[in-house]
Ligand binder design. Sequence first.
Ligand code: GTP
Ligand code: MG
Length: 149
Amino acid sequence: IERSFVMMKPDAVSRRLMGQILSRFEDKGLKIVAMKLRQIDEDLAKEHHGEHKEKPFFGGLVEYITSSPALTMVIEGDDAISVIRKMVGATNPKEADIGTIRGDFGMDTGRNIIHASDAPESAAREIALFFDEEEICDYSMSDNAWIYE
Ligand code: GTP
Ligand code: MG
């Protein structure tokens, strides 16, 4: 069992795509263990995307992420990090496969709908950055034996 940090970016929220995107994760058999709609401030956006601080698009990225509320989540499942990255698709929505979230809903890299952790280390860092441990729910799903062998 693995946990990933997933965030529907302001475009997903403002384009009323939250329900559709959340349904994809539920349909897949993943488990939502934390979720919060929040306005991300500049400091938090800069910290979250710190790896890109030298890139030319950094200012625009921070502006985009802080422009209006985002939906932050912790999602759990077997190999959740790589499974979710696959569901999210390539960074550039024009290149993302049809059937992926970015491939189906987006057009521009600078408006690419959703973020998902790319490795166990970044997942742990991002979860701790956005959630307190007591905000992450521990519960079991009754259909577990139908999802996993
Ligand atoms: P995240 O899940 O959001 O981290 O996306 P990613 O892992 O697919 O891409 P990456 O970590 O390389 O970049 C983080 C985010 O910065 C992307 O999702 C984009 O929103 C933005 N970004 C990355 N590259 C570019 C770029 O060349 N131009 C613009 N405008 N934005 C970019
Ligand atoms: Mg990334």
